[in-house]
Design a protein around this ligand. Structure first.
Ligand code: C5P
Length: 245
């Protein structure tokens, strides 16, 4: 039987990938299917958590027993995360998992009408502006911060060193920069992770007050539900195993 270790805990999970409009028919997007976030929401709910799933452009059947909120762009995701991570009592929820792939930039000035290819004019120039870093915002210390904040990092090797070494180095650096408690790092080169049913990952964890980062778990290639269980285990350990009932 599944442990019922998240009973009464409130968890918010983001999933999918944002789309940033260029005009009414085109967008800048990414290859995230939403399957990994879906699996985390489902496992957390099955283990007793009250789960809100913030879904960016996901084409999957909604998981049972989970509240789903749909968003499209990074700005909409940002707003939805700020809203849903506040609990009914005004305090923060227990845990946030940022699985969604967020566009770092959006077109500065999306066109209200379809951009036309004009004869002799060549390609248009698209100006971009930076989107807010939602994970960094949710990780900032303060009264609104959830007890546990988990981020994801999809990395490729740097093309020179052994890919595993550089992927883990990028991961350590990212964990420090974002300020989250756990970073789930996966390799996305050579057709891994995105749009597939399986995934493999390392869970890096900030080691308390020190600047150290430890490798908390190494999850071999397998169904996304297995990685989801490892992520939920990481939440559960930090929330003290069994939540209030
Ligand atoms: O920096 P990078 O995009 O690789 O970081 C990935 C992590 O940060 C993911 O957890 C993603 O959900 C989150 N992120 C975010 N806001 C952004 C960019 C990434 O929350 N603008």
């Amino acid at each position: 039987a599944l442990p019922f270790d998240l009973a009464g805990r409130r968890v918010v999970v983001s999933a999918g990938g944002t789309r940033e409009p260029l005009d009414p028919v085109r967008y800048l997007g990414n290859r995230s299917s939403g399957r990994q976030g879906w699996a985390i929401a489902l496992v957390a709910a099955a283990r007793g958590a009250d789960v809100t799933l913030v879904a960016a452009n996901v084409d999957l059947v909604e998981p049972p027993g989970v509240r789903v909120r749909q968003v499209g762009t990074a700005l909409e995701l940002h707003e939805a995360m700020l809203e849903t991570t506040v609990g009914a009592d005004g305090g923060p929820v227990d845990a946030v998992v940022m699985t969604a792939a967020v566009a770092d930039f959006r077109p500065m000035d999306p066109s209200a009408v379809k951009i036309k290819k004009a004869a002799g004019q060549g390609p248009p120039t698209i100006g971009l502006v930076e989107n807010p870093d939602i994970l960094a915002a949710l990780s900032r210390p303060g009264p609104d911060r959830a007890a546990v904040v988990v981020g994801f990092a999809a990395e490729t090797g740097d093309g020179t060193a052994d890919p595993t070494t550089s992927v883990l180095d990028f991961g350590r650096d990212k964990l420090r920069r974002k300020g989250c408690d756990v970073l789930v790092v996966n390799r996305v080169d050579a057709g891994r992770a995105f749009g597939r049913p399986d995934n493999a990952a390392w869970l890096l964890a900030a080691a308390g007050a020190t600047d150290d980062i430890e490798l908390e778990a190494s999850v071999p290639l397998g169904p996304k539900s297995v990685l989801a269980a490892a992520v939920v285990d990481a939440l559960s350990r930090r929330l003290g195993g069994s939540g209030p009932t």
